[in-house]
Design a protein around this ligand. Structure first.
Ligand code: UD1
Length: 349
């Protein structure tokens, strides 16, 4: 298939581009590089051994989105078959501080993508949703049947829930439309080559990149947010999924998408605590990861673990990589690229 990846230069998009290209799909990336680096796409091309065309555009802008779809099809030499929509802002704390910016970017880009898909008769969409749409889950592991969009604590999470609804509504009026909403749990790790990985700007918000930067000596110590959750060791429990397993989940969803809209959890089904992640990373890197326990982070839930059985059964997909694999791959990326994609001499935070 000819597949447009919005936000394809980002962390999950770049890994998905590798998997799709290796499965014989033709990939074109549209990104505004506001939180991504063109170097990531060059490295994707290097890994897969063929050129990956890029179109620079801000998809939240209606005119730019229209031009980007035309340019993307031209770059692949034919009309597109599918879109995987990764583009969006994703920092939870920032979304609380800048709500209108988050809604404007994350909602407008989806509206424009849907309009362009309709205009070009592109009938296949895979959307980057998040386990955050479940809020504070009623039970763990979380199945897709649990309630969505209730009591969410930040605009980022709301924008994901709203986008799910917008896609459901758009699907009603486009004949033959097939959409898959993928609810990611906690993506971690990197491509096993160490050439592409997560490159957060500034101080990482998420656990694994922070731990990796402590291990490599870029940051002094980790703050563990809370130690009195009702979990085995008192720290928060999450379902960490290797980004290459996640990328394979996108390829499976793209290929299996049936008519209408379906939602799937992409997770491993296994929970790990913050302290277990720290121990796994120390083991993989051979470096100490000093930490201190601090207050819980507002909005965090005690536990968030996927029930991935629906995706296992219907997408014929399952995770094959462990937390130890993710730590080893993340360490390879971090130690070989201590400044991420920045060129030598470029200043990083
Ligand atoms: C967060 C978002 C989620 C988003 C995901 C990926 C919330 C409530 N959820 O998930 O919507 O999709 O990021 O961007 O914010 N931790 C520490 N110290 C740190 C960082 C994290 O102890 O410096 C702990 C957290 O308390 C949590 C776990 O590590 O228990 C994972 O945190 P994180 O990587 O930020 O992901 P989530 O909060 O699960």
């Amino acid at each position: 298939m000819r597949v447009l990846l919005t936000g394809g230069a980002g962390y999950i998009g770049s890994h998905t581009a590798v998997v799709l290209a290796e499965r014989g799909h033709e990939v074109v990336i549209v990104d505004d590089y506001s939180n991504a680096h063109p170097e990531a796409v060059r490295r994707v091309a290097e890994i897969v051994g063929k050129a990956v065309p890029m179109v620079e555009a801000d998809l939240a802008n209606q005119k730019a989105a229209a031009q980007a779809f035309t340019d993307a099809a031209a770059a692949l030499g034919g009309e597109l078959d599918a879109v995987i929509h990764f583009a969006g802002l994703k920092a939870v704390g920032e979304s609380v501080a800048q709500p209108t910016r988050y809604y404007r970017t994350n909602i407008n880009s989806t509206l424009n993508v849907l309009d362009q898909m309709r205009a070009h008769s592109i009938n296949r969409l895979v959307f980057s949703s998040s386990a955050t749409v479940y809020g504070d889950p009623e039970t763990n592991p979380i199945a897709e049947t649990q309630q969505v969009g209730v009591g969410l604590t930040n605009p980022y999470g709301w924008s994901k829930a709203m986008n799910e609804q917008i896609i459901r509504d758009a699907a009603v009026v486009q004949k033959g439309f097939r959409a898959v909403l993928l609810r990611y749990f906690n993506p971690v790790g990197a491509h096993e080559s160490g050439r592409i990985g997560e490159d957060p700007s500034g101080i990482p918000n998420n656990l694994m990149p922070f731990v990796a930067q402590v291990a490599v000596g870029k940051r002094e110590q980790l703050s563990v947010f809370g130690s009195s959750y009702p979990t085995p060791d008192g720290t928060g429990v999450r379902d960490y999924i290797h980004v290459m397993d996640l990328a394979e989940g996108h390829a499976a969803a793209l290929e299996a998408a049936g008519e209408g809209v379906a939602e799937y959890n992409l997770g491993s089904g296994k929970g790990s605590s913050v302290l277990e992640v720290v121990a796994a990373f120390e083991q993989a890197s051979g470096r100490p990861v000093p930490y201190q326990i601090v207050d819980a982070r507002p909005g965090d839930v005690a536990e968030c673990v996927a029930d991935p059985r629906k995706a296992n059964a219907e997408l014929n997909w399952q995770t094959t990589r462990s937390l130890a694999d993710a730590c080893a791959d993340s360490w390879r990326w971090q130690s070989q690229n201590p400044n991420g994609y920045a060129k030598d001499g470029e200043v990083t935070a």
